[in-house]
Structures are given as C-alpha cells and as structure tokens.
Design a protein around this ligand. Sequence first.
Ligand code: NAG
Ligand code: NAG
Length: 401
Amino acid sequence: MVQGFVSQSLMASMSRLFTQPSRVAVIAFASFIGFLLLLFGYRNSPTNVRSPSLAPSDSGRGTISAARQKSLGAIQNTTLGFEKILAINLPERTDYRDGLALAAAVSNIQVEFINGVHGDTVLDKVLPPKHVENPEAALRGSWRAHVNALRSVVEHNWTTALIFEADVDWDVRVRDVLTNVALGSVALLSPSSPQGVEDQQLHLSRLSFPVTEAPLSPYGDGWDVLWLGHCGMQIQRGSNIVVIEDEDTVPEAQFVRTWDADERSPLEEYPAHSRIVFQPEGCVCSIGYAVTQGGARKLLNSLGLHRLNAPVDIMLREWCEGQDGDGPHVCVGTLPTVFASHRPAGSTAGDSDMGTPSEGFRDRGFTQNIRWSVRMNMDKIVRGDTDYEDQFSDTVEELVD
Ligand SMILES: *[C@@H]1O[C@H](CO)[C@@H](O)[C@H](O)[C@H]1NC(C)=O
Ligand SMILES: *[C@@H]1O[C@H](CO)[C@@H](O)[C@H](O)[C@H]1NC(C)=O
C-alpha cells in the first residue's frame, strides 16, 4: 500500500489534474527495459494500447498519445519546455556571464540574465518582518536576487520559469535528461493506485496511465517547484519514487556527490544508471529550480513578504516541506541532479559570492555529477568535435547481448 504518500495539497492538485480515475497496472513484459522500450510500456491514453511496431520514430515514443508527445516535444525548445529561463548574475561577475552565455548558446538555450544584488544596497526597512537579526550582506543580496527573480515571474505572469544561478552547468544531452524527468514527474503527480507498486517504487517501464488530456506543462501540472539543480536531497518519507532505468547520463552511484562528502547517495539502492523522481526533503543549493506561476506567487508571499530567516535554499527547502507556518507544497525532486555548479580552472577565490572566498588555485575545473558537462567540453564543442569527454566513465562493463 502507498498510504499517506501524498500530502493534502498534492492530493488536491491531483484531483484537479485528472477528471477520470486512473489506475496503475503492472504490464508483464519484464525483459523490456531500457530507455527506448520503457516508453512503449508507458501508455497514457486508454485508446493507445501497446503497439508492436518498433518504427524507428524519434525515440520510440510512438505509443504515447499525440497530445502528450507534443507536450513532451516542448522540452526541445529554446527554453527547455518552460516559458522562460532566468539566470541570476552579479553584473561584475563577467566571468560567470561569459561562461553561461556561451554554454547556453552552444546548447541552443535562451537565458535572460537578471542582475544579482549587493547586500549593502538592501535596506533594513525592506526586510520581511520575520528575519534573522542583522542579516549579513551576502544573505541579504542572495535573498533579494532570488526574490527579484520570483517577482519577475509573477509580474510577467509566466506559466512556468526555470531560475538558474550563473555558474550552472548541464550535460550535453540535457533535453533527454529533462524528458525523463518530465515522464517521472507526470507519473509522480498522477493519482496512482497501490496496485503494481512495490515498496513505493513506480517503475516507469511498467506503468500505465489512462490520461485523457496532456498536461499544460510537459512536466505535468499541479507542481509548485521542480528542484532540478541541487547539491544533495533526500527522499521524503512515504514519497512514491519513480524509477527510470538505463539512463546513460547518470553516473554510477559511487560517483554521485553531494555537499556532504560522507553521505551515501540514495541512488545506491537502485540499479546502476537509474534516475529517480520523488518528493524531496533536506534539499541543499538552489543552482536551478523551476516554478509554476502558482508556486512563484506563493514563494513571493512567503520569502518576499514574510521571512528571511535562513539562506534561500534552506528557506525553499522549508517551504517545500511545510515548515515555518507554511503548509507543504508540491515540490518534485530528482537524483542525480540535472544542473550542477561548475568550478572553473584558476583561482578558487571566485567560487562564491556568499561566503568567505577561499585562497587557492585549481589546474583543472570540474562539475560534480555531470557526465558530458557542457562547460568541461567547451573547447571541443566550439571546435565542433563530438567525442565528448565523460567525466565519470563507467567502471563496470555492461553486458551487451
Ligand atoms: C517552450 O515550451 C513551453 C511549454 O510549452 C512554452 O511555454 C514556451 O513558450 C516555449 N518556448 C519557446 C521559446 O517557444
Ligand atoms: C495570467 O495568465 C493566466 C493564464 O495563464 C490568465 O488566465 C490570466 O488572465 C493572466 N493574468 C493577467 C493579469 O494577465
């Protein structure tokens, strides 16, 4: 049974989402596993039964209803299926802006920069009523920058927006990654029944969703935050977990790192190269997160008008979990992270505008958790080479049949 895996608000959003009762059925074709084939098992229209034709369409999505395919197709667009992508950047961090502008350009992603904020320009009188005593400049600045981004989403009435910090990095195959996340989040947000669910794990390859209409967002409807870029998150107790197997972009679990070097990744419990999508808790770092219009309004109300009692990522985490007087909100997380912070070669003093800069020098840059990192492969990419460097090559040879 999957009792209690959904919060009240998730329930509410589910009932808004689906007009027909849905059921989760196990489809017995266990050997059909893999990115291509899982999609044949993923049926989201009652009239759309598993098709035996293996027509080499785009990526084998022939059995997903046309409406859903169209909606997933939006992930290929220049804003990755969101209405807008914003990136927070302090104007004098020209290094960050150069790097992100180039990474976005070569990935055909359209990013709108919004200025970061210097803490000393944030007056005491604009602080929300509940704030830490004398917030230090770094905290004021990053709070204001993120709230400005959220406010911009509200002012423009964008249906969804993805908010980046400017040192963000991603895999060359980011659109494939996000398509899997979208399949996962729609499955997570759908009103599943306990049948076919083992240990709260929903194997995408075995699920069937009679969905009458495609969601408005390719990532599903009814979410507040999609926390896509983080440096660590846990699975909320009782959350359902959608397991997407055989994703090539996922490093072996031994390579998956978080802010806490001693932490074992929850991914160690799953077959190698699985991506999981779930309701998160204990999230750290706000490298990239998407909000819906509803999510942005609620966040602007909470973080803009009520409180500044922790760094932004911690406030966002508390807001998701429903601490601090806020009810729980519908936040969807994924492991491994889709977006990560890039640390370029050179002086380490530039790593953060938040804490005290560290004195040091790196010969080689890095990005944790991202295999074909766009930033790490930039020399090749601008040359037009496609033999990308894999930062986390497999140590275990997979059996090929
Ligand atoms: C990309 O797709 C999303 C979702 O359909 C849409 O809101 C957005 O406007 C699209 N972006 C572009 C640049 O077409
Ligand atoms: C905001 O967008 C929604 C649909 O996404 C629309 O119904 C509403 O009228 C818009 N509001 C404003 C002020 O434009």
